[in-house]
Design a protein around this ligand. Structure first.
Ligand code: ADP
Ligand code: ZN
Ligand code: ZN
Length: 742
């Protein structure tokens, strides 16, 4: 191929994605005096944009532009010699911008640490010193200085850190420099070396049980290259051990492993387990990192010095120099779906990434999503199953407790209190699960029926006892608890329903001798609060733990023998089509915290007013897998995911009518095209939570059994939306594969 610049058909132009909500690339001339062919896709570039300068990404080089020559502007500077994204990662990002119909420039920007987004160099500039004289220049009495100079001469150049590492006082660098024996240069730090492949010989690890060994063997038998497995293993069945065994193979070949977990803050134990097992450098990615730490983790991943990359959702975009395996733990978890801005599913993108990188991927869960379940059932994924607990303990027994005709002062039935007392007396720990923080979800007037509601949201204010106030959990507004009803002016106000704080108070009174730990977002705000509580629990002394779903995720507390689910009914009548699935997952995950020690069998009490409800019966009497099969049959009959594909178009406005009108116009614009492509439209309708933060929320739902059909409509729709007349404050967005329709 000849150099494109030799030919004379028009000028070479850089195609650049800028971090703006615009669904197109922009054309630029190369920076003055630079050759276009130097610029490879994935390099950052500074470009003038309006009155500002932005950091964008080069995506390609084109011959000629549709813009007139005079109007093309030269870029300011190219920031990288080598692309920030390897080809497969860049391909993934482009694919996801298309799939989620989100502007590419924003997608690319969101995939890198903030400092890179702002144009900082990938490697910081560092000072290096080189010797320009020999040690003869120094008096023999300056022994240390001579030694340092000889050390520097033995290398091309040294950094301050290297000098210190070699045992010299780094102040001596300045002294030698002042005497003109050294020359200082500033250049960017060099990438660190790739990690040393693992030597599996010395690892301390348990022998796999038969099921685990079969799972590992089945995955390995699928060969190299892309393959995707669902590891469906009950809680405590040793899924992590299976991940680690598969990782071992890759690490021994010097290939990196990427592990995605729902929330690192909630499960610090997970990171610790990998750290303890593998004596290799590990890079952790999560939202709690500072800019510098994040950049360092990114670099370690990109250069290949980190062997294991562990992170939450956004780590699916972590670069990998030598990818070997991807693991998505608790793959059903909703936190893998980003719920604002670029609304991607990290689980789905992880599968796509594995396919583009040509590596293996394992999705693991005790309660797989119906999507993954279906993929395993139809053979798209390799199905791996662990049906027994690994440590020899039996799965906890679930016991429904009918509370329909009972008055429950603290939310707990006589039976539950009795069981709690028994388990505590036996020296065990008890988990009380209620998925609602605060004291009570409702404050109402017993005389006229008034309920305290948020002015900005269509929701009730939650009463909090610590500190006393009413709070909206959707807009975080706070106010004083009224002493009398604002409507009838009487003081017959009472709370209704229960939250963690109320149960905490109640149990403290019932069991004064036992430590009561409440674990929810309010009690764990401080950076170290949560890990301190986890450590307290891990000590294993008798204790009562009261918690929200923060406690349901993946923890391994051998001391817990009893879990009490205070109210299982919440999900039974959820308006969301995933309500039943999510409730089953939550109950099973909570139940999975009990009885993890083989010596002490576990029990789970499920309080309900609907003990005969089909869903509850399924969860209690059969396995999750059977229940999932049952739900899948329902989804098939209703033509809902995974048998159909959804896209939710949401519009929000301060003016209810404007949001509704906007979606009505959108609907009229695409109706005939939808009919043609067999895309079914529902709405516009008010969202189940119609008002939030003073904005009215309206939905238009698109559903189709054909993904290409749906995406065909969306591709036609987005340009229309971008240009549609609407009040300036109206916001809209597209949510492809929404996980909740609320
Ligand atoms: P899961 O991730 O499936 O919930 P874990 O990986 O946390 O399960 O395993 C539960 C417990 O069983 C852990 O304490 C783990 O160390 C132990 N375990 C796992 N596999 C084995 C094995 N093959 N032999 C002995 N103990 C095991
Ligand atoms: Zn009243
Ligand atoms: Zn509110």
């Amino acid at each position: 191929m000849s150099d494109p610049e030799d030919s004379n058909h028009g000028e070479l132009i850089l195609r650049v994605a800028v971090p703006r909500p615009l669904r197109r690339l922009f054309d630029y001339l190369p920076p003055a005096g630079q050759k276009v062919t130097r610029f490879r896709p994935g390099c950052r570039i500074k470009v003038p944009f309006g009155s500002r300068t932005l950091t964008g990404f080069v995506l390609g080089i084109a011959r000629g532009s549709e813009i007139e020559r005079e109007r093309l502007k030269p870029a300011v500077a190219i920031l990288d010699d080598d692309p920030l994204f390897h080809p497969a990662l860049l391909e993934l990002l482009q694919w996801s911008a298309d799939y989620y119909h989100h502007p590419l420039g924003e997608v690319l920007a969101s995939a890198v640490p903030a400092s890179l987004r702002q144009g900082a160099p990938l490697y910081p500039a560092i000072d290096y010193w080189a010797a320009i004289a020999t040690s003869e220049a120094l008096s023999p009495r300056a022994r240390r200085q001579r030694e340092l100079l000889e050390f520097i001469m033995s290398r091309e150049s040294v950094s301050r850190a290297e000098v210190r590492e070699a045992g010299f006082n780094s102040d001596m660098l300045r002294q030698l420099e002042n005497r003109n024996l050294l020359r200082k240069q500033t250049r960017s730090a060099a990438p660190a070396k790739a990690f040393q492949p693992l030597r599996p010989g010395g690892l301390e690890r348990p022998a796999l049980n038969t099921e685990q060994a079969a799972a590992v063997a089945k995955f390995q038998a699928a060969g190299d290259g892309f393959r995707c497995a669902l590891l469906n293993g009950i809680t405590g069945s040793g899924k992590t051990e299976v991940y680690m065994r598969l990782m071992e193979d890759e690490l021994a070949h010097g290939r990196q492993c990427l592990v995605l977990v729902p929330e690192i803050g909630l499960t610090p134990q997970t990171v610790e387990r990998f750290r303890q097992r593998f004596p290799l450098p590990l890079a952790v990615f999560h939202s709690g990192l500072g800019d510098g730490e994040r950049l360092a983790a990114w670099r370690a991943a990109a250069e290949g010095s980190a062997a294991i990359l562990i992170g939450t959702r956004s780590a699916v975009f972590a670069p990998m120099a030598r990818p070997g395996l991807i693991v998505v733990d608790e793959e059903h978890d909703a936190s893998f779906k980003q719920q604002e801005g670029f609304r991607y599913s990290a689980r789905d993108l992880a599968v796509m990434r594995a396919s583009m990188e040509g590596v293996g991927i394992v999705l693991g869960s005790a309660t797989p999503s119906l999507e993954s379940f279906h993929n395993a059932a139809t053979g798209r994924f390799i199905g791996l199953e662990l049906k027994q607990r690994a440590g020899g303990s039996a799965p906890a027994r679930l016991l429904p407790l009918d509370i329909s005709n009972q008055h429950l002062p603290g939310g707990l039935s006589e039976m539950a209190l009795m069981k709690i007392a028994q388990h505590l007396e036996a020296g065990n720990q008890v988990l009380v699960f209620i998925n609602r923080r605060g004291f009570a979800p409702i404050l109402h007037c017993l005389l006229c029926g008034w309920m305290a509601q948020c002015e900005a949201c269509s929701t009730c204010l939650t009463v909090h006892a610590k500190p006393p106030c009413q709070r909206c959990h959707h807009c975080d507004s706070r106010q004083q608890i009224p002493t009398r009803c604002p409507v009838c002016r009487q003081d017959d106000l009472a709370t209704m329903g229960l939250g963690t704080q109320q149960i905490e108070g109640f149990l403290q009174k019932e069991f004064p001798a036992t430590p009561v730990l409440r674990i929810d977002r309010d009690s764990t705000r401080g950076k170290h609060d949560f890990s301190k509580m986890l450590n307290d629990v891990a000590r294993g002394e008798p204790a009562l733990l009261i918690g929200t779903q923060m406690l349901a995720k993946g923890h391994h507390f051998p001391g817990i023998t009893l879990a009490v689910i205070v109210d299982a009914d919440g999900g039974l009548f959820s308006p969301d089509f995933r309500g039943q699935e999510q409730m089953a997952q939550l109950i099973i995950q909570v139940a999975g915290r009990a009885g993890r020690d083989s010596e002490r069998p576990g029990e789970v009490l499920v309080q309900t007013r609907h003990a005969e409800h089909e869903t509850l019966r399924h969860i209690i009497d059969s396995s999750y897998s059977e229940f999932a099969a049952h739900l899948l049959a329902e989804r098939r009959a209703a033509a809902m995911p995974p048998f159909a594909h959804l896209c939710l178009l949401r519009a929000e406005s301060r003016d209810r009518g404007a949001a509704l009108d906007f979606l009505r116009r959108v609907r009229r614009g695409i109706e005939s095209h939808c009919r043609e492509k067999q895309v079914h439209l529902t709405g516009p309708l008010p969202a189940p939570m119609e008002k939030r933060q003073s904005r009215f929320r309206m939905h238009l739902l698109l559903r189709s059994q054909s993904r290409p059909g749906l995406h065909g409509v969306l591709s036609r729709l987005t340009p229309q939306l971008d240009g549609a007349p609407a009040p300036r404050e109206l916001r809209w967005h597209i949510d492809v594969d929404p996980i909740d329709l609320l």
